[in-house]
Design a protein around this ligand. Structure first.
Ligand SMILES: Cc1ncc(COP(=O)(O)O)c(C=O)c1O
Length: 402
C-alpha cells in the first residue's frame, strides 16, 4: 500500500447533543489532585519552540513533553493509575479524594482489598503504567502484548513484577484474550478502550489523561495564551478524545481547531469519520506501523462519541511523518529546546511541520487554517520507548521523507 496523506473534515452535527461533563474542569481538578499526591509527580515541561514556529510560518508552537511523566517515558500511567485508584475507591465505598498516593499504597488498604490481579493488553506504554501502579500497590499484574511488540518494552514491563507475554495476534485480539481470562479468573480488566458493556474503567482512564491537558491549559492561561490549533494522535482515541473534550469544554465559545492524526496502517477513526454512516469502521491484521502506540484497529466507543462531536479534522498519515517529527524535535533550531520523542509521540509535530513546508499539502493546510496567526499545541506522548529504533530513525535516517 502506498502511504500518503488523507484527510477529512468532520461533520459535527452531533455537537449540541454530546455532553462533556465527564471531561470538564471540575473533573480535571480532581484528577490533578490525585496525580499530584504521588511522590513521583512533577509537572511535565511545556516546551515553546519559538524558532521552529518562525521557521514554519506560525505564530507559536508548544509541545508538552510526556517523556518526563513519573520517570516512565510516556503519558500512559496517568490513565492506568487514576482508573485503578477509582476502582479501589469504588470497591471500598470511598471518594478518590480520600485516597491520596500514601493512603492508596498503605498496608491498611492492601489488607482491606486482599489479593488483586490487574490484567490488560497493550503495545507497551499502557501496560507499563498498569504494571507500575500494581507494583506500588503490592498487587499482581498480567500484560498481553501484540505480535511484533518490542522485546525492550516487554522487559520494561516485566521489571515492574508483571507477568507479560507477546502474543501471536494484534492489539484488538489481545484485548479480547485478556478480557476472556479476566472473566474466567476474576481478574480486574484495566483496558484503555471501551466497548458496549465495558465503559466504567475506560472512562476513568480517559479522565486520567486530562492531567496533561490541564497542566498545559493552566500554563498557557497564566501567560494569557490560548492555542488556536491542537493536534492529537490516536490509537483507539482515548487520549485524543479526553484532551479534545477537555479543551472543548474550557473554551465553549472559541474552541481551538482540533485535528486527529493516525497512521495510514491503523486509521480506524479516520475511516469511521470518512464513512460518516453511524457505524464504527475497523482496521484488521498486523497494522505494522512504526507508531506502535497507535496500532489499534477498533475505536474506543466513548471516545469516538466525543471526537465525532468536537474534533474538526481527521488525518491519516505515512510512517515517514512520525520519523520526520522525531528528527525535528531531536535536532532543534538554535535557541529551541530539544525534545526526545518516540514514533507515536512525534507524529503530530511531524505533521504540522510537513503541512507547513511540504509540497502537495497546501489544501490541507488551508482547510485547517494554519497560518502566521496560529498557536499550535502538540503532545509528545512518549520519549524513546524503543531505544534502538529511535537511533535508527534519528541517527541513521530510517523512514526518510519521500
Ligand atoms: C505513546 C502513545 N501515544 C499515543 C497513544 C494513543 O492513545 P489512544 O490509544 O488512547 O488513542 C498511545 C497508546 O498506547 C501511546 O502509547
Amino acid at each position: 500500500m502506498e502511504e500518503k496523506y488523507e484527510w477529512v473534515t468532520n461533520d459535527t452535527s452531533e455537537r449540541a447533543n454530546t455532553s462533556l461533563d465527564f471531561l470538564n474542569e471540575n473533573i480535571a481538578k480532581k484528577v490533578l489532585q490525585f496525580h499530584s499526591s504521588f511522590e513521583q509527580y512533577s509537572e511535565t515541561p511545556l516546551v515553546e519552540l519559538k524558532e521552529l514556529a518562525k521557521y514554519l510560518g506560525l505564530n507559536d508552537v508548544f509541545v508538552k513533553d510526556e517523556s518526563y511523566r513519573f520517570g516512565l517515558n510516556a503519558f500512559k500511567v496517568l490513565g492506568g493509575s487514576f482508573a485503578i485508584g477509582q476502582f479501589i475507591a469504588d470497591k471500598l465505598g470511598k471518594d478518590i479524594d480520600e485516597l491520596p498516593y500514601k493512603t492508596l499504597i498503605s498496608d491498611e488498604i492492601k489488607n482491606q482489598l486482599g489479593e488483586l490481579t490487574f490484567i490488560t493488553a497493550t503495545d507497551g506504554n499502557h501496560g507499563r503504567g498498569v504494571a507500575w501502579t500494581a507494583e506500588q500497590l503490592k498487587q499482581k499484574s498480567i500484560v498481553f502484548m501484540p505480535k511484533g511488540s518490542s522485546k525492550e518494552r516487554l522487559e520494561r514491563i516485566k521489571a515492574h513484577g508483571a507477568y507479560a507475554e507477546i502474543k501471536e495476534f494484534n492489539y484488538d485480539e489481545c484485548v479480547r484474550a485478556a478480557n476472556a481470562l479476566a472473566g474466567e479468573k476474576g481478574y480486574v480488566m484495566v483496558q484503555d478502550t471501551a466497548w458496549e458493556g465495558y465503559e466504567k474503567i475506560p472512562t476513568w482512564i480517559m479522565q486520567g489523561y486530562i492531567t496533561m491537558a490541564y497542566e498545559a491549559y493552566l500554563k498557557l492561561k497564566a501567560q494569557n495564551i490560548k492555542p488556536t490549533h491542537i493536534f492529537l494522535q490516536a490509537g483507539v482515541g482515548s487520549l485524543a478524545s479526553a484532551v479534545c473534550g477537555f479543551f472543548s469544554s474550557v473554551y465553549p465559545e472559541n474552541k481551538p481547531i482540533i485535528t486527529i492524526v493516525e497512521p495510514n496502517k491503523a486509521d480506524c477513526i479516520f475511516r469511521t469519520a470518512k464513512a460518516n454512516d453511524g457505524k464504527l469502521h475497523f482496521v484488521t491484521g498486523d497494522m505494522d506501523t512504526i507508531m506502535a502506540g497507535l496500532a489499534c484497529g477498533e475505536p474506543n466507543t466513548i471516545g469516538w462519541g466525543v471526537l465525532k462531536a468536537y474534533a474538526d479534522h481527521f488525518l491519516s498519515v505515512p510512517d515517514a511523518a512520525a520519523a520526520h517529527g522525531m528528527r525535528v524535535l531531536g535536532n532543534p533550531l538554535k535557541g529551541d529546546e530539544r525534545i526526545i520523542s518516540g514514533e507515536s509521540g512525534a507524529v503530530t509535530l511531524g505533521v504540522v511541520s510537513q503541512l507547513m513546508t511540504g509540497e502537495g499539502l497546501s489544501d490541507i493546510k488551508e482547510s485547517l487554517k494554519l497560518d502566521e496567526n496560529s498557536v499550535v499545541l502538540c503532545i509528545s506522548t512518549e520519549g524513546d520507548t524503543d531505544f534502538n529504533r529511535y537511533r535508527d530513525i534519528v541517527w541513521n535516517g530510517l523512514y526518510p521523507n519521500k
